[in-house]
Design a protein around this ligand. Structure first.
Ligand code: 5GP
Ligand code: ZN
Length: 117
């Protein structure tokens, strides 16, 4: 069921504490932790504790929590002292999504090209 933990989901396992992560912020509804393969000096993932397959499913099923995730991206950027940063929600295989638990990438600390690749 949407929102329920999934046994085969890597990020549900991080939420449950079964897989370690370098957590930088936690709220009742979200967790933020460092990406294991950083693409920028700051590369932090902000995820809802609940399981939805992507950000659109999260926004449809739990809009308040989607707002919490967005608010936390700014909180992470503030903690990292980023004046400019980018939030990326890869959605679908063709866009590079590899983990099917909604997550926003907060990227910063270097020049960020536009348009992105
Ligand atoms: P996606 O490709 O789905 O947009 O993003 C998934 C992200 O999760 C990737 O940037 C990848 O490096 C990161 N990732 C994959 N496995 C782990 C892990 O075990 N721990 C952490 N902290 N990040 C991971
Ligand atoms: Zn999950």
């Amino acid at each position: 069921m949407a929102g329920e933990p999934q046994d085969d989901c890597l990020f549900c396992k991080i939420v449950a504490g079964h897989i370690p992560a370098t957590i930088v912020r936690e709220t009742d509804t979200t967790i933020a932790f460092r990406d294991i393969n950083p693409q920028a000096p700051t590369h932090i993932l902000v995820i809802p504790r609940v399981h939805y397959r992507d950000v659109a499913a999260l926004a449809a099923g739990a809009p308040q929590i989607a707002a919490d995730v967005l608010r936390e991206t700014q909180a992470v950027a503030d903690e990292e002292k980023l004046d400019s940063y980018r939030v990326v929600f890869n959605t679908g295989t063709g866009a590079g999504q590899t983990v099917w638990h909604a997550h926003g990438h907060v990227l910063g600390g270097r020049g960020l090209e536009w348009p992105p690749g």
